[in-house]
Design a protein around this ligand. Structure first.
Ligand code: SF4
Length: 251
């Protein structure tokens, strides 16, 4: 149980997320981003991007609204070289002014993953060191951050809202309601650079050791941690809104 002041803050943030969801949750992604920009401003709003298969859409929208919005790229040290090249090229194409590389703590890697092979024996620990801890640190200065998650990506995301509370912060998913066709149409209309691995049927692209292409008819994220029961890295833990509601803390 968090201390009283933090719990009060979580309740306030959960209520704010509910209000934003009610007023803007069903609007178009650009309207959601504009509203987030208005409410939180440049200093308190960031975008978390993997520069993966569909990242160009949200990055382009953000660049159109304000190219100075901080873009946090989680450089786990395990990305495909193609992703790192794509990150560079797309940043140039879109004119993004504030892309920040977020990296794991050197000391933690030296201690717990000295040979860089932890993903083969303990994926949860590896994701914690390379994703969860760095991301928690990276979003700490912000009141809200945006992600590119969509409802259609997996059964576990089918009820994803546009605005959700995560502790004392708000996570925003402007593309939550978009379908695959919407993304393709947007990419073509704006002539956006595609991640080169999409041509090899990689439909969700994460770290190299934990990503494979998908087969016809598979979930978009079926190629992530294939062969294990892991489906999320942990940086997208579900928001507190529902938990607080269940506890009766908000109505
Ligand atoms: Fe490690 Fe794989 Fe998680 Fe990347 S996705 S942090 S390599 S376990």
């Amino acid at each position: 149980m968090p201390p009283e002041p933090q719990l009060n803050q979580e309740i306030r943030v959960a209520a704010q997320a509910r209000l934003l969801e009610a007023s803007h949750g069903a609007r178009e992604p650009q309207v959601i981003i504009e509203q987030a920009h208005r409410v939180f401003g440049l200093r308190a709003l960031a975008l978390v991007s993997s520069f993966g298969a569909e990242s160009a859409v949200l990055l382009h929208m953000v660049a159109q609204i304000d190219p100075n919005i901080p873009v946090l790229f989680l450089d786990t040290g395990k990305h495909f070289t193609a992703t790192l090249d794509y990150r560079h090229q797309l940043t140039q194409q879109l004119g993004l002014q504030n892309v920040q590389d977020i990296t794991p703590l050197t000391e933690s890697l030296r201690r717990d993953d000295p040979y860089g092979a932890l993903s083969m024996t303990d994926k949860d620990r590896c994701c914690f060191l390379r994703k969860v801890e760095p991301m928690t640190r990276a979003v700490a200065p912000f009141k809200a951050w945006m992600t590119g998650r969509k409802q259609f990506q997996a059964a576990t995301r089918q009820h994803l809202p546009s605005f959700e509370a995560v502790g004392v912060r708000i996570r925003i998913n402007p593309l939550a309601h978009w379908q695959s066709d919407d993304l393709i149409t947007y990419m073509r209309h704006h002539d956006l650079l595609e991640h080169p691995l999409t041509l090899q049927n990689y439909r969700s692209i994460g770290c190299m050791p934990c990503t494979r292409p998908v087969e016809e008819g598979e979930d978009q994220r079926a190629g992530r941690w294939a062969g294990s029961d892991k489906t999320e890295c942990g940086i997208h833990l579900s928001g507190l809104t529902q938990q607080l509601e269940q506890k009766g803390a908000i109505k």
